[in-house]
Design a protein around this ligand. Structure first.
Ligand code: ATP
Ligand code: MG
Ligand code: MG
Ligand code: MG
Length: 474
């Protein structure tokens, strides 16, 4: 079953059971400044769960586009290193707003996985919150769940809260044991292990309490259900792959990069990591630009810039010295355009944005990578295992060389990057520039001049940004 078919099956399964199909909301959440990006299916329903907003349905099904690359959920550093994390992914979810509760949610999820997708019950495990006897008892009644497969876990993994106050409740997660083929370094590897062997497929959240400022839990009169399952994970599992990137959702993108670089996937571990990171980041780039995010130096745009630059750097490690990311993003839009119609509208903009960002960055990158390589060589010669924070800061400050990339390169060479030292160097420089402004020559020039200068600096900056976004690009 390919990814498109699974998405379709999920939607049909739940619409046949009385759920209304609701469109995915955009990646930039409306009216929610606390959130960088939409990171779960429930985000667009927050107010429905709290009761502030009413809808004309009490059951919903969605396929929500999500990004977890900043804020509370940040999987950026996992990408390429685990088999299951992406920055951009699709979350399939069914929701009950005061309608059905645990029993039906559990039965439907189990039935979907074992009957519709055909997963073998022999490989499945479930977790419940330590105090949730109700969920435990429901799982015990599931005939084909082998005995001994229900595990009680604590708050960190199995209790969900919308915020410090508000709706919250226990969760139950469904995991698949992918077997010993997925090597785990932990001795007591099990369902609560953070490795890829016991892969978390689906999270069922039982919203049954309201938490007040003192932390007291009051039962909600009409408890609700919020679930989330990563399409990329279930697709890989359904296709017998233990790495998400080996499923049909990623392979065409990876193959396009292979073609551009003249290499094959599966021939070299390091190159495979690069190919996966590029595929992930190209998807994130394509979807973020389509939702109106443009690379910039702050906020959402900065996250996008980091993602794009990281992709370009990994491309460079595959020998791609000319702009290539635009081509890979085109492959994303080609492959996903039928499921995500809105990608078509932004294709032209996407091409321009990506090319421009990549050209600008390639100059910086060459220079920085060269300096980093000779520093690493020097350190290795002296048997030193850490790249100094000051050095990374100099690269960043003088050449705009991203810290993430310095970290990736260090890791590949078996070195550490001194992030703390980097932070200290950054703080020192901030302090210095603050002091020189206050005590330096400018103070003596009088407020008028200072203001002029400030304005000049600002307008120069704005002019530069404007030229970039509206002159060259659009
Ligand atoms: P994990 O423990 O593997 O990081 P999670 O507990 O953070 O996952 P949830 O917040 O419960 O994930 O999200 C619901 C579902 O969304 C998960 O069960 C998983 O299938 C999927 N998912 C979560 N994060 C990612 C990601 N970064 N990439 C792909 N799928 C994801
Ligand atoms: Mg996670
Ligand atoms: Mg988890
Ligand atoms: Mg989870």
């Amino acid at each position: 079953m390919n990814g498109n078919e699974i998405r379709q099956r999920f939607i049909e399964y739940f619409t046949q059971r009385g759920h209304t199909l609701v469109e995915s909301s955009p990646l930039v959440p409306h009216e929610d400044p606390t959130l960088l990006f939409t990171n779960a299916g429930m985000v667009q329903f927050k107010k429905v769960f709290t009761g502030e907003e009413k809808r004309d349905y009490s059951r919903a099904v969605t396929c929500q586009r999500c990004v977890r690359a900043g804020g509370k959920h940040n999987d950026l550093d996992n990408v390429g290193y685990t088999a299951r994390h992406h920055t951009f992914f699709e979350m399939l979810g069914n929701f009950s707003f005061g309608d059905y509760f645990k029993e039906e949610a559990i039965r439907m999820a189990w039935d979907f996985l074992t009957k519709e997708i055909g997963l073998s019950p022999a490989k499945l495990w479930v977790s419940v919150y330590e105090d949730d006897d109700e969920a435990y008892a429901i799982w015990e009644k599931i005939e084909d769940l082998p005995p001994g497969r229900i595990v009680r876990l604590g708050e960190k993994d199995n209790f969900w809260a919308m915020g410090d106050t508000g709706p919250c409740g226990p969760c139950s997660e469904i995991h698949i044991d992918q077997g010993e083929a997925v090597a785990c370094p932990e001795e007591n590897c099990g369902v609560d292990c953070d490795c890829d062997r016991f892969l978390e497929i689906w999270n069922l959240v039982f919203m049954q309490y309201e938490r007040d400022e003192q932390g007291n839990l009051t039962p909600l009169p009409k408890p609700s259900i919020d679930t989330g399952m990563g399409l990329e994970r279930i697709a890989a599992v359904a296709q017998g792959k233990i790495n998400n990137y080996d499923s049909d959702l990623f392979q065409p993108i990876i193959q396009r990069t292979c073609q551009l670089a003249g290499i094959s996937y599966g021939a070299n571990l390091r190159a495979d990591t690069a190919l996966r990171v590029i595929a992930d980041h190209a998807r994130a780039t394509t979807f973020l630009v389509a939702d109106g995010v443009l690379p910039s130096n702050e906020g959402r745009g900065y996250v996008l810039r980091r993602i794009m630059r990281r992709a370009v750097r990994f491309g460079r490690s595959l020998g791609l010295t000319e702009p290539f990311l635009g081509e890979v993003c085109s492959a994303v839009a080609d492959g996903m355009g039928s499921a995500w119609g809105h990608l078509g509208e932004s294709r032209e903009l996407l091409g321009k944005v990506v090319r421009h960002e990549e050209e600008r960055f390639l100059e910086t990158l060459d220079h920085g990578l060269g300096m980093l390589a000779s520093e690493i060589e020097r350190l290795q010669g002296e048997g030193i295992k850490t790249i100094a924070g000051d050095f990374i800061f100099k690269l960043y400050d003088t050449y705009g060389f991203p810290v993430d990339i310095a970290k990736d390169v260090a890791q590949e060479e078996g070195l550490q990057a001194d992030e703390e030292g980097f932070g200290a160097a950054m703080a020192r420089q901030r302090e210095q520039s603050r002091r020189s402004w206050k005590g330096g020559g400018l103070g003596e020039l009088g407020p008028g001049f200072k203001e002029l200068l400030e304005r000049g600096v600002k307008s120069r900056f704005v002019g530069y940004e404007t030229r970039r976004h509206h002159g060259t690009l659009v």
